[in-house]
Write a protein that binds this ligand. Sequence first.
Ligand code: NAD
Length: 480
Amino acid sequence: MADIPTHSRLLLDGRWEARGAHLPVVAPWSGEVLTEMALGTAGDVDRAVALARVAVGRLGTAGERARVLDRTADLLVRDREHLARIIASEAGKPWRAATLEVDRAVETLRFSAAEARTLGGASIPMDAHPAGDGVLGFTLREPIGVVAAITPFNFPLNLVAHKLGPALAAGCPVVLKPAEKTPLSALALVERMLEAGAPAQAVQVVTGTGPEVGAALAGHPDVDVVTFTGSATVGHALKAAAAPRAEVLLELGSPAPLVVEADADLDAVVPRIAAHGFGHAGQSCVSVQRVLVHDALADALVDRLAEQVGTLVVGDPLEPGTDVSCLIDETAAARVADWIAEAVAAGATVRVGGERDGATLSPTLVVDVPRDVRLWTEEVFGPVVAVTRFTTTDEAIAEIAGGPDLIQAGVFTASLDTALRYVRELRVGTVLVNESPTYRADHMPYGGVGLAGNTREGPAATVRELTREKLVLLRSGADR
Ligand code: NAD
């Protein structure tokens, strides 16, 4: 791309530093090399963490930090098209979704600024206890320390904003390692934070590979919090290897279910599955993957969905009319195609799609999927929706409850009583009624349970994760 440097750099102590070793960043749709990404090392991580360590609690006043976040948001608005082009190119994300991601990152930063302005402690009614008579108590919220942030490829701007925005609001310096397939959006965001006046100590960026830079950062003894968004395999491994002092916050993936009860409104359901099962080629941690449909509506749903999925425009992510583009690389597409073949061998039917060309897989609707194949039991992270039928609400709830740990689950029903059964009985991060499990507004508390994640993101939730309460007790002279 014309306005992207041919070689990217690391950011250490406010200065962009070149490195001798590089990894090409390739546009998955066109094959164009967008840049040569500087490969940082474990030594760079040591330096970055040391720089961050001395900056804990020294990133300016809450008001100054809020103004930087608001100004950064303004700069994202100014550069919306440019940033969308970076996202679309490096992640293969269709243009409309890429521009939406920029808009979402703006909101993430503005909500982070609001947190910086309003975060406070609490007063404790010490005299409610006999021992507390004469003691005044209140809490301060203080930055937890050095934050190590490791991010995935699929939302290369907004998920970085979800790390950097709340951390600056909380007063925590960050060492960031963005995904090696999509570092350009992260670097572009950090450039704008600096332009907006962020102190040099607020963020260090060490680009590089997961096994080298990611592992060195996640296991560093001087890091206080590791905040990781990515695959469950990597997340659980780095939690096990983290330093004893570090808290490890995990935002992972899961095969999101959407239940269509017998009284659901198909006019609401069908377009949502088409948009949320295939947008960004299904590469969202809450893409609609598993549709459980009541027998009474199953044939109608599948017919209508098949028709709509067949009209999705597959193509170049930079074309405004594209609905679905390629996956992040050919290996990913080949894996997804294998999972489809496995389901078919076990008795499922491909109703639409299923053709692969390099990294591109046509939007695929697979019906009558047995419940013991990977397409049903694991996160597919591709443009595939699997459908099975059920006959009773008990059966649908048992199927979800007995399956993998989840982030979000959606149910469509006209009955309040039925909806409340799902709300009460599902152990998930979010139950969405008459909305798909892909829905997310960036300020809401968002995250999984069990193996799908152990934290909540969204600026208000994250700022609380990244600050600690310190209790202050005052006994006045008269009461001593
Ligand atoms: P990934 O786990 O392969 O990589 C994520 C990050 O971890 C990258 O920066 C990578 O370089 C780094 N990494 C890889 N190996 C490492 C190691 N050994 N030590 C430390 N770091 C290492 O994930 P991905 O393919 O980039 O992203 C897709 C996954 O992310 C999916 O599973 C998806 O569900 C999940 N995701 C979750 C959320 C959420 O909010 N819950 C959001 C987006 C994506």
